[in-house]
Each structure stands twice: as structure tokens, then as C-alpha cells.
Design a binder for this molecule. Structure first.
Ligand code: 1CP
Length: 355
């Protein structure tokens, strides 16, 4: 295959069109493992100020692109901007993680919520998207993103990260109508938020369903997947021909890939527990696959990382339709030299698969 313009590799892979090498980007590629990120965050004061200051959020979005040969940038922000704009009182402290001062636990609290106006209430995100697009100047495409309604609801109801999800699941089991009302408000919020990101210049959209995999098959369909399908239909409706490709990632969703692929998305994210060869057999004729190296492999020795890249590329096999990534976000204590190795090795070793 003749060399593909680097700016096109990622978007062409999502469309399963021929490319010259397998594109790669990394979940949480702008983050604490980069010294320049830590410096900018210190300058901002804290994580939320960093998200809410477009110049600084733009700066950290670009940092990994400047350091590594990545094929896509992802907007620097967080999935919790929506509940923050709803007035839940978000703080994100070092070592503690995200917390809400006003979690949403009663029927009344759920019915009081309304979908934020993206330009009025989340204008800083759209401003960052516009700035990043202008700074990138076409070098690589920009990915916008949002959390899935279910994943957002876990934080809003629990009030923080959770291990067992008992509070939000109790709402789901005992007050299904209240839970559905919350998810419905969130689905509407995500539709207008992602529409605004696309209009501001995001060239692909990713929905992070980080906690979909903690549900039963039936509850996944009813409380997570159906709302993600609704979001995709809503984006089709709002953006028509201009709708960017959508990647849907349910962590722990490897058993349900056919259902995830049937939502109308262009790409499905895989965590590391999935056999990518089997995943391609199951859904690879319909969608692009994104993933799926175990993030902990970046702690291993260099030869082991190279070996793992070769195995994943070989298991996916020849042809387009694969975007290399980790199976979840990169850990904050990874050595960035390992990231450089990973990115370069994916490009080098993938060439024979695109002849
Ligand atoms: O100290 C810090 O700098 C804060 C750590 C941090 C960072 C770097 C948080 C708080 N968010 C982010 C950035 C972020 N979050 C991005 C940036 C873009 C990128 O480079 O990829 C993205 C896409 C997210 C999305 C996000 N936030 C998700 C979904 C993706 C995933 O990793 O599963 C989730 C679940 C969150 C919630 C959240 N925000 C922050 C943390 C530490 C968490 C996770 C808490 C938990 O594990 O429950």
C-alpha cells in the first residue's frame, strides 16, 4: 500500500478503508505519566481548572502529539463535565479521585435535573475543541468524547468512584423508573454535548462506557446499551451527513460485542480480556476494532512489549479496520520511553499487514 497521509490513517481505519500502517492512539495519552502534563496542571492549580481553561486544556491535548508519533489527538477534558454543569459540585483531588458534593439519590433530585446547554454551560469545552483544531492544523484528527449515561449515573448516584456499585444498582432494582429518568436526561445531555463538539470541530466521537461491564446481560441492554443506541440515533438526526464516526467502548463488554456493534457505531473498543481474532470474526465485517493491549504491559521489558504488539497485530491479521490502543487508560506511573517504543513499533511492525 502506498503511504497514507498520516492525518488520514485513523479516520480511514475507522471506515475500514486501505491504509499503510495501523494507526495508534492511547487512552489517557495526555496525563500524569508525562512530566510536561504535571507542569501544566501545577500551573493551572488543579485538574478541573485545567479542564476549564481552554488555553491550558489545548496545551495538554497537544503534548502527547508533540512527543510521540500518534495518529489522533483526544480532547483533554473529563466525562464528568456534564454532571458538573448540572450543579452536582464536582471536585477532583489528587489521590482521591472525583467526588460530588451533591450526589443524586432520590426521585426528587433526579426529576430536578435538566440537560445542560452545551454552548452556555460547557462553552469552555467547545472553545478547547476549536483551539485544538486550529493548533493541530490538520496534522492528526481530533477525537471528542463523552461518558455513557450509565457510567455517568454511577458517579452521580454513588457520589464518587465505586467498587461494588451498590447505591446505583439499588436505585436500578428498586426504582427503575427513577433510574430510567436519570439515564434519559443524561442521554439527551450527551446528544447535545457531542453534537456541539462535532460542530466545534471534533472529527471522531468516543463514548466511554467504563462501567457497563458490571451489569448483567439484561441490565446492560436495558440500562446502558439502549441509551447508547439512542445517542447514536440522536447524533444521526442532529448532524446528518456531517456526523463523525463513533467509537463505543464498554469495558468488560467482550461477551456482548454483537449487540454493541449493532448500535450503528463505526468502531468498537476492546479491553484486553477480549481475543481480537475472535472479535474480528464476530463483528469485524461491520465495525472497526480499537484496542487492546493490557496497559500493564508497558511496565514489562522492551522485548516483551514488542512481542505483544506483534501478537495483537498478527491476531487481527491483514487489512484495515484496526486502531491500536491499550485496553484501558495508561497508568500514571508508566515510563514515557515505553510509550514512544510502543507507538513506533506499532507503525513499524504493522506495515506487512497492509500490503
Ligand atoms: O490528577 C489528574 O490529573 C486527574 C486525573 C484525570 C485525568 C488525566 C482525571 C480525573 N481525568 C483525566 C482526563 C480524562 N478523563 C481524559 C483525557 C483525555 C485522554 O487523554 O484520554 C478522558 C478521556 C477521561 C475520561 C474519563 N474520566 C473516564 C472514561 C475513561 C476511562 O478511563 O475509563 C472516566 C471513568 C473518568 C472519571 C475520572 N476522572 C478522573 C479520574 C481519575 C476518573 C476515574 C475514577 C475511577 O476510576 O472511578
Amino acid at each position: 500500500m502506498e503511504s497514507t497521509n498520516k492525518s488520514e490513517r485513523f479516520l480511514r481505519a475507522l471506515q475500514r478503508k486501505p491504509i499503510d500502517r495501523t494507526p495508534i492512539w492511547i487512552m489517557r495519552q495526555a496525563g500524569r505519566y508525562l512530566p510536561e502534563y504535571r507542569a501544566t496542571r501545577a500551573k493551572a492549580g488543579d485538574f478541573l481548572k485545567l479542564c476549564k481553561t481552554p488555553e491550558l486544556a489545548c496545551e495538554v491535548t497537544l503534548q502527547p502529539i508533540q512527543r510521540f508519533d500518534l495518529d489522533a489527538a483526544i480532547l483533554f477534558s473529563d466525562i464528568l463535565t456534564i454532571p458538573d454543569a448540572m450543579g452536582l459540585g464536582l471536585t477532583v483531588d489528587e489521590g482521591v479521585g472525583p467526588r460530588f458534593a451533591n450526589p443524586v439519590r432520590s426521585k426528587d433530585a433526579v426529576y430536578r435535573l435538566s440537560a445542560p446547554d452545551p454552548e452556555a454551560d460547557l462553552g469552555y469545552v467547545m472553545e478547547t475543541v476549536r483551539l485544538v483544531r486550529s493548533e493541530l492544523d490538520g496534522r492528526v484528527p481530533l477525537i471528542g468524547f463523552a461518558g455513557s449515561p450509565w457510567t455517568l449515573a454511577t458517579y452521580m448516584v454513588e457520589g464518587q468512584s465505586s467498587k461494588d456499585f451498590s447505591v446505583v444498582k439499588t436505585m436500578m432494582f428498586d426504582q427503575p423508573e427513577t433510574a430510567h429518568r436519570l439515564l434519559q436526561t443524561l442521554a439527551q445531555s450527551v446528544i447535545s454535548y457531542l453534537t456541539a463538539q462535532a460542530n466545534a470541530g471534533a472529527q471522531a466521537l468516543m463514548i466511554f462506557d467504563t462501567w457497563g461491564g458490571v451489569l448483567t446481560r439484561r441490565d446492560y441492554d436495558a440500562f446502558s446499551l439502549s441509551y447508547m443506541s439512542q445517542i447514536i440515533a440522536g447524533l444521526d438526526d442532529q448532524l446528518k451527513e456531517a456526523r463523525p464516526p463513533i467509537i463505543l467502548f464498554t469495558k468488560g463488554g467482550g461477551q456482548w460485542l454483537e449487540s454493541t456493534a449493532a448500535t450503528g457505531c463505526e468502531g468498537v473498543g476492546l479491553d484486553w480480556t477480549v481475543d481480537i481474532k475472535q472479535a474480528r470474526r464476530r463483528i469485524g465485517d461491520r465495525v472497526c476494532l480499537q484496542g487492546n493491549m493490557d496497559p500493564n504491559l508497558l511496565y514489562a521489558r522492551e522485548h516483551r512489549i514488542i512481542e505483544e504488539v506483534e501478537i495483537i497485530l498478527q491476531q487481527y491479521g491483514s487489512g484495515s479496520g484496526h486502531v491500536f490502543n491499550l485496553g484501558h487508560g495508561i497508568h500514571p506511573t508508566i515510563d514515557h520511553a515505553r510509550v514512544k517504543l510502543l507507538v513506533d513499533v506499532v507503525h513499524e511492525l504493522s506495515m506487512p499487514y497492509h500490503k
